[in-house]
Design a protein. Sequence first.
Length: 366
Amino acid sequence: MDRAGQHLGAADSRILELRGASAEPTTIRAKALVFADPLSQQLLHYLEQVSPSEAPVLIIGETGTGKELIARHIHHLSRRRGPFVAVNCGAISEQLADSELFGHEQGAYTGANTRREGWFEAANGGTLFLDEIGDLPLSLQVKLLRVLQECEVTRLGSRRAIPIDIRLVAATNVDLNDAVAAQRFRLDLFYRLNIAQLRVPPLRERISDIMPLAQHFLGVYAQKLNTTRPSFSAAAITALEAYAWPGNIRELENVIHFALLVCSDLEVRPEHLKLNSISHPSNGSATATAAPPRERISSAVQELLSLNTPDLYNTLEHQIVDEAFRYSGYNQVRAAAVLGISRNVLRTLLKKYGYLSERQTEITNS
């Protein structure tokens, strides 16, 4: 529940960063955010306008763009004195989500040996941040809507309603309009959440933020490694600003950390930057002559067939599952959705290729 560190000076040096326990994330998220780029400064101006209100805020952005830091800054700028509580909806099992969010009484279900307050009660007087809200099961969306309307929660196993005073901030990296159309997200809840909407641009759209962030992470890891802080060569700066950053700020942090480990002198050069060769087109630089993705896949499959590749079907199936699972942040619900298959089918494939053990599959299905 600790707050993000706040460093807010001139517009070109504004930095938000995670500190303390929050600085060790269990998911792929950004640990620092700057507002140097004009697009970022517009975002900062808008969130400074909406933060003092009590209105729910919906933050939209790709993985690793700094959505939680934005949520923490909203709480920091609000008039609320209570705690900031962050909950990753995608990491809660469907079986325990009700208890996690709303709490339970002793004996409410097998294994409920003590009374426990839920995340809503824990955030009373403060801000509750629900990350990956699009992954919340439909049954819990109904309960969430009721809690927001009534401003009270009822623990599992209890009939007594408990008044709560929270400010809700939600975040998603999926298009909730598409989720509503696919009947995976309730329209009435979407309207309830979407009063103030903030879009956090991906790093490739705010190029002027790249080097301030790179310099920040360089300083952080130089201090952690107790080493002299190097500088960036002109060629390294060009490479960093030209790269598309599909993993956004979190990927940039990892790249800078690695560069500091392999840099043998006082200058970071392009060969020290571990940039993926396959990524999104950078800053609209994709050529018009590039073949569409399906045509490229077709050509690759034809080549593999001509080489008499053994066990080709399973090899390709394995790669598709692997890519979708990693693309979805190792979230089963999202991976199944992007592949257009059911979660049960995905679990079967994950088990087939060694991502899930027999025991994990039994627990998930229980």
